[in-house]
Design a protein around this ligand. Structure first.
Ligand code: ATP
Length: 235
């Protein structure tokens, strides 16, 4: 269709020194869509998100947000234009309270609206706003990191292995929260090691292998078993 993607990645190439890690990647996230990005370790998934966010320079290709080329813009300006990255590892401050970690901005009324939105997506945070983050469980801390991503009211959130190191029950809660978030119209680009969970929530799937898109389609066009065997099998 002719829908302008909220996030467009076009012929993207990135390298660390002499090592080329992304080789002409094309990927689109349409408004409100959940896109799963799968691939073996070292395929370049994290680098793709970091390059989209402006933390790694693109050596070729473009990144667009709602059709606007942001390839030469700073990470901060991309964030203001509606893109948010939740990096691997939680990046929260253990001694600060949950509320402080959210780093709400703006006038009191605006802060309240933002906080309401975050608590709606992650109700457990609402009960622990004054508690030091260190006192929360690993899953709740991950929810702080996710909630924090909503402060700028982004159009698209990139999530790098948010289930890492969490117990299955907690992962269920995180995924439920992500699905609630997606239903509010926020588009998601999700890197996830649990292929079945990624397929269950995604509208569109990309498999990355050695820095290139090796498969792209919808979850109905492929099974978990096929993805594992064809693309993620350890050689
Ligand atoms: P994983 O699932 O292991 O996180 P990934 O698909 O996210 O893998 P990347 O982290 O993007 O892959 O790494 C892609 C390649 O780039 C790997 O070969 C990695 O060793 C290399 N790489 C990643 N970060 C750097 C860096 N800061 N400097 C040099 N090489 C790097």
């Amino acid at each position: 269709t002719a829908t302008t993607p909220v996030l467009g990645i076009n012929g993207l190439t990135a390298r660390y020194g002499a090592a080329t890690v992304l080789r002409g990647v094309d990927l689109q996230v349409k408004p409100g869509e959940v896109v799963a990005l799968l691939g073996p370790n070292g395929a370049g998934k994290t680098t793709l998100m970091r390059t989209a966010a402006g933390l790694v320079p693109a050596s070729a290709g473009t990144v667009t947000l709602a059709g606007v080329d942001v390839t030469r813009r700073s990470p901060h300006r991309r964030a203001r234009a509606g893109l948010c990255l939740v990096p691997e590892g939680r990046g929260i401050f253990p001694s600060l309270t949950v509320r402080e970690n959210l780093r709400l901005q703006g006038a009191p009324r605006q802060r309240k609206e933002t906080l309401d939105r975050i608590v709606e997506a992650f109700p457990v945070l609402g009960e622990r706003l004054g508690a030091p983050a260190a006192r929360l469980s690993g899953g709740q801390q991950q929810m702080i990191a996710l909630g924090r991503s909503l402060v700028t009211n982004p159009d698209v959130v990139m999530l790098d292995e948010v289930s890492m190191g969490l117990a299955p029950l907690v992962i269920d809660q995180i995924f439920e929260a992500l699905e609630r978030l997606a239903r509010t119209g926020t588009a998601l680009l999700v890197v996830e090691q649990y292929v079945s969970r990624a397929l269950a929530m995604a509208d569109s799937v990309y498999v990355l292998s050695r820095g290139q898109v090796s498969w792209h389609g919808t979850p109905s066009e492929i099974t978990e078993e096929e993805i594992m065997r064809r693309y993620l099998a350890v050689e």
